[in-house]
Design a protein around this ligand. Structure first.
Ligand SMILES: [Zn+2]
Length: 216
């Protein structure tokens, strides 16, 4: 696992740690944390602090099997948190990400020149819709506006816009005021995981082609 260059905002990471993000945004941050050493360390540290606070608040006498129970729990956590090399395997159904393993990915659908889209079966009734976009090198992704936040995690390849370059593992967080038009960098296809909240309006000719799909 490497340290990526771009991370969720402090606010978003704190909400993730508290468990107060909607499911779609939670999936995006969880997937980034699997790919990012520094965010994983922050999450682990806050889990540790929360555990210490709980222990301090419960001065109950230890049961005789308390140590065994605690050790078993640590083993179980270690097994569950085993991190796989992700974002490397374009053929892998869920990119080896635990955060995506319980969701179904739809087939890739062509939605415009050089651009494919696929659904991710995160229930969207209470928050952000989640989907993947795949775009060929050199493709300009459609200009768009939205009323809520948009979280993007780059799984493969890279794109760039006025805000800089975003590569595999990087996380981009945009609100409705941001008006970026990413261009996929040369080399390989760029695959992104996106959680989008609120009403989306795609602009321009490519946007008009894609609009019916992203409403799904
Ligand atoms: Zn990070």
């Amino acid at each position: 696992m490497k340290t990526t260059h771009r991370h969720p905002s402090d606010e978003t990471l704190a909400a993730y740690i508290r468990g107060s993000l909607d499911e779609g945004r939670h999936v995006l941050v969880a997937a980034h944390v699997e790919l990012c050493a520094s965010c994983a360390a922050l999450v682990a540290a806050s889990d540790h602090i929360a555990g210490s606070i709980l222990e301090a608040a419960q001065p109950a006498p230890l049961r005789s099997d308390a140590l065994q129970t605690a050790l078993a729990r640590i083993d179980a956590n270690a097994a569950g948190q085993e991190r796989r090399p992700a974002a490397q395997n374009a053929k892998g159904v869920s990119f080896g990400l635990n955060a995506l393993s319980s969701y179904e990915l739809g087939p890739w659908r062509w939605i415009g020149p050089g651009v494919h889209w696929r659904s991710v079966s995160v229930p969207a009734d209470r928050g952000a819709r989640v989907f993947m976009l795949k775009a060929a090198p050199g493709t300009s992704l459609p200009n768009h506006t939205h009323t809520g936040t948009e979280l993007t995690l780059i799984l493969q390849g890279a794109y760039a816009h006025e805000g800089g370059r975003f590569g595999a593992g990087d996380f981009e967080e945009a609100d409705g005021t941001v008006d970026h038009q990413p261009v996929v960098q040369p080399g390989e296809e760029c695959i992104c995981l996106v959680a989008m909240e609120g009403q989306l309006r795609l602009l321009g000719p490519l946007g008009r082609v894609m609009q019916p799909f992203v409403r799904m």
